[in-house]
Design a protein around this ligand. Structure first.
Ligand code: GDP
Ligand code: ZN
Length: 294
């Protein structure tokens, strides 16, 4: 199992005795934290197919896999800083398309404004996913958050910079900061190596993927098809299947989404978010920025 990824090196935990070994890899090796591997002459070989792979774009627009075999994606929001419109929806669609359960985490509930966004998200997303109200500062909801990982689930956090992902990670896993330092040292690669991702056992069970090298990355990657088929705002309100399987729900005949919109079951604001996201994703796809880089 890969438990640490540093761009040009990985830490592998051997199943047999839990011993860790560091290995150099090519920068574009495609290996990710959470992947089950064996060590073979010349490198690593995956021993199982990855599921639950989370993909994000780096600031240069390259697609990167963040971690494999995830069960849970904590989408963190807070009263401040605000989360851009569509970020939560992209993360939900991306998680569901990868077979990962999205959970919305409203952090900084000790701050004014948290009630308002909790209520707003409960109204717009409450039907479709679990929503927790937490505070990394006063401890609200942390037991419930830890409970999502127990006994044996692997999760990661995404969210805009400053919403409290690191604070929550440290609150769940007090040895995290220390551990990250130790792993870096073990790899012997000096401190100019970016830590892409590391895997940490939580005291209450389960594992957290920490992704310091990805903290300021853009939204979770989704394809236009994944979005049109998995937009979470359509859940429970769209009753009729679209005539075309690849319907984009814009003006196609026999569209179930448009029918729900006309019937007043789908809120126009939610539909507008979908249209904005679809435009964004299609523009990215047209721009040919889909080159994969591990
Ligand atoms: P990240 O960029 O998402 O990893 O966010 P950080 O964990 O670095 O937190 C950003 C800032 O928000 C820091 O100043 C934290 O102390 C603060 N912060 C994090 N969680 C909470 C919280 O629950 N309540 C309050 N009031 N502040 C928080
Ligand atoms: Zn449609």
């Amino acid at each position: 199992m890969i438990v640490g990824h540093y761009g040009i090196a990985v830490d592998v935990r051997l199943d047999a005795d839990g011993e860790r070994v560091s290995l150099r890899v090519r920068r574009d090796s495609g290996h990710v934290v959470g992947e089950r591997v064996e060590i073979v002459p010349g490198g690593l070989r995956a021993t199982a197919e990855n599921r639950g792979v989370l993909r994000r774009r780096d600031p240069a627009g390259r697609l990167r896999a963040v971690a494999a075999n995830l069960d849970l994606l904590g989408i963190v929001v807070a009263p401040r800083p605000e989360t851009p419109l569509g970020f939560v929806d992209r993360a939900c669609v991306g998680a569901l398309a990868a077979g990962i359960e999205p959970v919305l985490i409203v952090n900084k509930s000790d701050q004014p404004g948290a009630d308002t966004i909790f209520a707003a998200f409960s109204a717009s997303h409450g039907e479709a996913l679990r929503i927790l109200r937490v505070s990394a500062v006063d401890g609200t909801g942390l037991a419930e958050l830890a409970g999502l990982f127990a006994p044996n689930r692997r999760g990661a956090f995404v969210g805009t910079s400053g919403v409290g992902k690191s604070s929550l990670a440290n609150a769940l896993c007090p040895t995290l900061a220390l551990e990250v330092g130790e792993i870096n040292e073990q790899s012997g690669l000096g401190r100019h190596v970016t830590t892409n991702a590391t895997l940490h056992a939580l005291p209450g069970g389960g594992e957290l993927v920490d992704t310091p090298g990805f903290r300021d990355f853009g939204p979770v990657e989704v394809s236009a098809l994944e979005l049109s088929q998995g937009f979470i705002g359509f859940r429970g309100v769209v009753e009729q299947a679209c005539r075309f399987r690849d319907c984009r729900h814009l003006k196609e005949p026999g569209c179930g989404v448009l029918a729900a919109l006309e019937a007043g079951r789908l809120h126009p604001d939610r539909y507008r978010v979908y249209c904005t996201l679809l435009e964004e994703v299609e523009a990215l796809e047209r721009g040919g920025r889909s080159g994969y880089s591990g």
